[in-house]
Design a protein around this ligand. Structure first.
Ligand code: ATP
Ligand code: MG
Length: 412
């Protein structure tokens, strides 16, 4: 027997097989969008859904008012489960429901409802809605009718407030969808709707979360990582690779660019930058990032800075960083505290990777006391001695490109 949800086995009732097909019913985010933006949103989202599930199955994405229906030929329940799980990571989606798509008549709804609730224990409620009013029963009548059938068949109590299970019925234009439960999505906007940007990606906890939050606002992102090579091992690159591979589930087609930064750091150190070394190197990272972003058609840089989190992230230092480039620097974590960021990293599944040990390139030149009030004039003096424009050009020209793909096994 097949079930469309994680119903416990046993207590199988006698009921006719469902005459319908399993599918994924998607609820869209940002429903306030109107007119042309809504059209853009929906088209982009449909493309992104198709791309995300391509390794699993070829699907049809049918756009209805406020929902998408994802169908695939000869769908079996296991495939639909995999589709729903994958789809719930696509930005712009609020819910991915594994649903039965059945005929627009009461007996078909009854059969699907019995199938879905088979073997479940605890209280339940039926919630119906009609996107199309041409149906022999109103929502309330349908709730009562199906609720009665289920109570008769399985003997479970109906409870309208905080039920253990909710059976949802949605009457649509050509069919009815019946489902119970679903996978919550991240909401936000479809990736690509807001343009493209470059994430400065360390191996730490913060920058992956920053990337996630900006993808959620519709940016397609590329990633730039600076390793301490040749003076450190490649561990930080493996970490950045693993992080990008995990984050790739939110957009697909991710690119990671890696710059060996060790020699440039040594130059900064011997330039007498001293307490300003950390800021000088961050400015050099940003300059290099700007050159690369322009090459990739990116309109912004993204970092994991949070105000006051470490000594390089004071207001004065953030000002000194902004001064180094013309592109806007987006800092989606600026007002978050570390506990919130860690929570989000856990949910996004990057935390475990970020916590792996590595030799961060930044430890190479950490001075005994870092400057918390960097003066831009002093930084410009140092950069003049370094010929920083030329240095950034060289670094940007030395990038190595990687393509971490979500779901691919193995290391870099
Ligand atoms: P994270 O947890 O992201 O490493 P952090 O709290 O350790 O951040 P910093 O080390 O000061 O803070 O770095 C601040 C930001 O600078 C990072 O979030 C990232 O965007 C960028 N950054 C730092 N180191 C690197 C690096 N090696 N490669 C690319 N970007 C970096
Ligand atoms: Mg760091």
């Amino acid at each position: 027997m097949t079930t469309l949800d994680t119903a416990p086995a046993g207590a199988a009732g006698e009921h006719a097989p469902v005459d319908g097909e399993p599918c994924v019913l998607i609820k869209l985010g940002e429903v306030v969008l109107k007119g042309k933006n809504r059209e853009l949103f929906e088209r982009r989202l449909a493309d992104n859904v198709r791309a995300a599930v391509r390794p699993i199955a070829r699907v049809d994405v049918i756009r209805r008012h406020g929902v998408f229906i994802v169908r695939t030929k000869d769908a079996d329940v296991a495939t639909v489960d995999r589709l729903a799980a994958r789809i719930s990571d696509v930005m712009g989606i609020v819910w991915a429901h594994r649903a039965w798509r059945v005929g627009k008549d009461v007996p078909s709804v009854e059969r699907a409802a019995l199938e879905l609730m088979d073997g479940r224990t605890g209280s339940f409620a039926v919630r119906s809605r009609r996107r199309d009013k041409r149906f022999p029963m109103t929502s309330t009548e349908l709730d009562r009718h199906i609720g009665g059938q289920l109570a008769d068949a399985y003997g479970q109590p109906v409870r309208l407030k905080n039920p253990d299970h909710t059976l949802s019925i949605e009457v649509d234009r050509d069919e009815v969808f019946v489902y119970s439960g679903g996978l919550p999505g991240a909401g936000g906007l479809p990736v690509g709707m807001s343009g493209r940007a470059l994430v400065l990606m360390s191996g730490g906890i913060d920058s992956p979360v920053a990337a996630y939050r900006m993808m959620r606002r519709g940016l397609r992102v590329d990633y730039l990582h600076f390793s301490g090579m040749p003076f450190t091992g490649p561990e930080s690159i493996y970490k950045a690779y693993a992080l990008v591979r995990e984050l790739d589930k939110f957009q697909g087609g991710s690119r990671l660019f890696v710059v060996p930064f060790g020699k440039a750091q040594q130059q900064i150190k011997s330039s007498g930058a001293d307490r300003l070394a950390v800021i000088a190197q961050r400015r050099l990272m940003l300059r290099t990032g700007e050159l690369l972003a322009r090459r990739l058609g990116g309109g912004a840089l993204i970092t994991g800075d949070a105000l006051g989190q470490v000594s390089s992230q004071t207001l004065a230092n953030i000002t000194a960083l902004d001064d180094a480039v013309e592109l806007p620097i987006l800092r989606p974590l600026v007002g978050m505290d570390k506990i919130e960021i860690i929570e989000q990293a856990r949910r996004v599944r990057t935390l475990e990777i970020s916590e792996l040990p590595d030799e961060d390139c930044c430890t190479l030149l950490a001075p005994r006391r870092a400057e918390t009030r960097a003066k831009i004039d002093d930084l410009r003096q140092i950069e003049k001695r370094l010929d920083v424009g030329e240095l950034a050009e060289q670094l940007a020209a030395s990038v190595q490109e990687h393509r971490p793909v979500y779901g691919d096994a193995g290391a870099a």
